[in-house]
Design a protein around this ligand. Structure first.
Ligand SMILES: Nc1nc2c(c(=O)[nH]1)N[C@H]1C(S)=C(S)[C@@H](COP(=O)(O)OP(=O)(O)OC[C@H]3O[C@@H](n4cnc5c(=O)[nH]c(N)nc54)[C@H](O)[C@@H]3O)O[C@H]1N2
Ligand SMILES: Nc1nc2c(c(=O)[nH]1)N[C@H]1C(S)=C(S)[C@@H](COP(=O)(O)OP(=O)(O)OC[C@H]3O[C@@H](n4cnc5c(=O)[nH]c(N)nc54)[C@H](O)[C@@H]3O)O[C@H]1N2
Ligand code: SF4
Ligand SMILES: [Mo]
Length: 741
């Protein structure tokens, strides 16, 4: 008996709606849901491989507990008892900071990862918090915190309406977009071209996105801050600054002009390797376009001046009147986010409220740089990290100097992994808690609806039931929270009840809330949903910007209404949100925050440097995802290879041959890698993908281990950081290449 069921794809930020074919207790096929209000039938090869991803025989079905040094299968009750027995003594003897919480990327793709880690952190009160953000988008959060007073207020390019898209260090044709949720990003770019719009791509590699562009500029890695500053310089110098309708909410423009004075195109051109006249033209085109959006991603954030570059991306939109208006950069309004409130001064954003123990890195957004995790474990002394809760993260591969972290994790007193795989990181755990596969999990995009190019809401329930006795990932997280608090055995539903009580308690005492003055217990009674997580979703929808407000707006959103629209509810195109979205102390956009001005001064020091040597950058393959999809045969092989791409001229100079081996040496180590000679990378730049290196013992990844590749992050010591955000420099790393004979 086959049937079909809907499921939002969790494999990247595009959040496509899938129609799954289900045969008995297996998903047998996936296609794009043509009726999905946002993705309209689009899917990529990863989504098409959903059945194989879901049914990978190496996914763990039962928890593992370390006994006599060996990870062995255990019951769920035994596993949670082991968690509490391992964790509580560490907390009691050494305090909460001795427990590191490590959160990886898939947390933004699961309901559990959105709803429970904040509760865990609030209860545990550990300052040892490390996430994938500090090898990713933290510079954008810091930039938004400084500019808008809210690190989560990230404006996105209004892709479907813009006339001019300037892309800096992003390759959405392979990544399907990031910090800009847009199912069928490729189709949306083609539509831009069809309506006469212009696409410019700045990227050291001629990517598939660059090939679609009107113009591709192969910038020297790590120099975008200089390039964009020179564009700002030109806008001021040529009188092209036009703040448009938002001018009254924009503060400290004159200070920006003073900073930009130091970066004329002629000064940066030799460093960026882009002629001054082209830089001028880039600025003029941006200013002349009817509407324009600037979009930066990994190549703009995981670089030494990542925060400064992220700020410049938004600044260019501001200075050309493209901020907070259709066709420019706009703030999405998510259905589960806080309801808009009256404009006015906010609490602002603070950086460096505490520092890491060993290297003194400032916190950002209550996190410490994940590159500092190893040293926080392996450096003796008061306050050392002795235990770790690792949730959906594989830092041994995704973070610089995996070998050091590998050894550090092995030395912990106690470690838990919430992970479906026994992989390079989870093999060190004392307890592995495997969540069920996506077909048996609910899906709602708490994170990505706040970054989507169209306001909309979609929810899919689990397509298949859980096997007997198996908890879903929400329950795993809830029980973990109870164990950390020494309450193993208590009803995991209590965690949701507590969250709901707290949230409703706050809402009823907020004069701007539709439920002001009402009784929390009575409101809680109204919530629907089959699980605690669903009741929380119902609550957030009702209290959110489109919510029915517990009766205040009977036409508004509730869980029931969402369930009645299985292909989703369209909430319209993005709308202007300034000044209501601002949370700065001044109540205005802070165009020139102090920490940014200091970074600009540091950048000025680079103007006198003369670049040389070979720089390493990364790349992503369409049929892969970070470190964890190499175990699915349908997604391996073909172009999906761990090779170092080298320009033909560099290959000739360095005597490298296509298919031969090169030895790459960085400040963190050396690797031998097959060479792929291609004109796609510019001269002086080589590219190696991340997430490979599946050759460590003690894992259960049969397919990945057969073609392990090498771990690019072993070339990187992790010493180079974007100082404001603590984000590791993953792109533009100096390396030396020699042939291996
Ligand atoms: N050199 C270099 N390094 C990079 C990058 C780069 O561009 N270059 N990119 C960086 C970026 S952007 C990121 S986001 C990080 C990612 O870094 P991580 O988050 O550490 O890595 P992932 O490979 O995404 O895998 C996370 C883990 O989640 C598990 N997992 C998969 N699905 C689920 C699930 O449903 N629930 C749970 N609990 N676990 C699940 C996987 O098995 C895997 O162990 O890597 C970073 N590292
Ligand atoms: N298929 C696939 N999709 C994915 C992922 C995946 O692993 N595979 N990972 C997901 C995740 S976690 C994320 S964060 C997103 C990332 O999404 P993207 O940022 O779009 O992905 P990347 O391919 O890393 O693109 C970064 C681009 O920056 C360029 N670059 C490197 N250094 C510089 C520089 O100094 N300056 C400039 N201007 N460009 C530079 C690189 O050549 C590359 O083309 O993708 C997500 N989607
Ligand atoms: S683009 Fe992303 S969300 Fe869409 S099918 Fe592919 S992996 Fe899934
Ligand atoms: Mo990422």
């Amino acid at each position: 008996m086959t049937r079909t069921a809907l499921r939002i794809c969790p494999l990247c930020e595009a959040t496509c709606g899938l129609t799954l074919t289900v045969d008995g207790d297996r998903v047998t096929a996936a296609r794009g849901d043509r009726d999905d209000i946002f993705s309209r039938g689009f899917l990529c090869p990863k989504g098409a491989a959903f059945p194989e991803v879901d049914a990978d025989p190496d996914r763990l079905g039962r928890p593992l507990v370390r006994r006599d040094g060996q990870l062995t299968e255990a019951t769920w009750d035994e596993a949670f008892a082991a968690v509490q027995a391992g964790l509580r003594p560490v907390i009691e003897a050494h305090g909460p900071d001795s427990v590191a919480v490590v959160l990886g990327n898939p947390n933004v793709h699961t309901v559990a990862g959105a709803l429970y880690p904040p509760v865990l952190l609030a209860g545990l009160r550990s300052r040892s918090v490390f996430t994938a953000s500090t090898v990713d988008q933290m510079p954008k959060h810091v930039s938004s915190g400084l500019l808008y007073g809210d690190p989560l207020a990230i404006p996105v390019p209004d892709l479907d309406r813009t006339d001019h898209l300037l892309v800096i260090g992003a390759n959405p044709l392979d990544s399907n977009g990031s910090l800009c949720t847009a199912p069928d990003f490729p189709g949306r770019i083609r539509a831009l071209r069809r309506r006469g719009g212009r696409l410019t791509v700045i990227d050291p590699r001629r990517t598939r996105t660059a090939k679609l562009a009107d113009e591709h500029l192969a910038v020297r890695p790590g120099t975008d801050a200089l390039l964009l500053f020179a564009m700002v310089h030109v806008l001021f110098a040529e009188g092209l600054v036009d703040l448009g309708e938002r001018a009254e909410h924009l503060g400290r423009l004159d200070e920006v002009e003073r900073l930009a004075a130091d970066f004329p195109p002629e000064a940066v051109a030799p460093l960026c390797d882009i002629p001054a006249e082209r830089i001028r033209r880039l600025a003029r085109e941006l200013a002349a376009a009817e509407t324009a959006a600037v979009y930066g991603r990994i190549g703009s954030t995981t670089v030494e001046f990542g925060t400064l570059t992220s700020w410049l991306v938004d600044l260019l939109a501001v200075l050309t009147g493209n901020f907070d208006r259709p066709g420019g950069l706009m703030f999405p309004l998510s259905a589960t986010g806080p309801a808009p409130r009256p404009a006015g001064p906010g609490r602002g954003f603070a950086l460096g409220r505490w520092h890491s123990r060993v290297s003194g890195h400032p916190e950002a957004k209550s996190e410490l740089p994940i590159v500092a995790l190893a040293e926080e474990i392996d450096t003796p002394g008061e306050g050392r990290v002795r235990a770790a809760l690792v949730i959906a993260a594989n830092p041994v591969l995704s973070v610089p100097d995996g070998d050091r972290l590998d050894a550090a994790l092995a030395s912990l007193d106690f470690m838990v992994s919430v992970d479906p795989y026994l992989n390079e990181t989870s093999r060190h755990a004392d307890v592995v808690l495997p969540p069920p596969p996506p077909s048996r999990s609910p899906h709602f995009d708490y994170a990505f609806n706040a970054l989507a190019v169209r306001n909309q809401a979609r929810y899919t329930r689990p397509v298949l039931p859980l096997a007997d006795g198996r908890p879903d990932e929400c329950e795993i997280h809830a029980r973990l929270i109870l164990c950390a608090g020494g309450q193993d055995g208590a009803d995991p539903g209590l965690v949701d009840t507590m969250v709901i009580d707290t949230a409703l308690g706050k809402a009823v005492s907020d004069p701007h809330s539709p439920v002001y003055g009402r009784q929390p217990a009575a409101l809680a009674q109204e919530l629907t949903g089959l699980t605690g997580a669903e009741r929380r979703l119902d609550m957030m929808l009702r209290l959110g910007p489109y919510g029915e407000g517990f009766g205040a707006d009977p036409g508004g959103l509730t869980l029931d209404r969402l369930l009645a629209h299985p292909h989703g509810i369209d909430l319209g195109p993005l709308a202007p949100r300034v000044p209501g979205v601002l949370r700065t102390r001044s109540g205005a956009v802070e165009l020139c925050p102090g920490p940014i001005a200091a970074e600009a001064a540091r950048l000025r020091g680079r103007l006198t440097e003369s670049p040389d040597g070979v720089l390493l950058i990364g790349r992503r393959h369409l049929r892969s995802n970070n470190s964890w999809l190499h175990n699915v045969p349908a997604l391996t092989g073909g172009s999906n290879r761990c090779t170092v791409q080298v320009h033909p001229d560099d290959a000739a100079r360095l005597e490298l041959t296509d298919g031969g081996l090169a030895r790459l040496t960085g400040d963190g180590g050396a690797l031998e890698v097959p060479v792929e000679i291609t004109e796609a990378v510019r001269r002086g730049v080589v590219s190696l993908p991340h997430g490979w290196g599946h050759d460590r013992p003690g894992t259960r990844l049969a397919v990945a281990a057969a073609d392990p590749g090498v771990n690019v992050n072993q070339l990187n010591s992790g010493r180079l950081l974007d100082p404001l955000s603590g984000t590791a420099v993953l792109n533009g790393l100096p390396v030396v290449l020699t042939p291996v004979r």
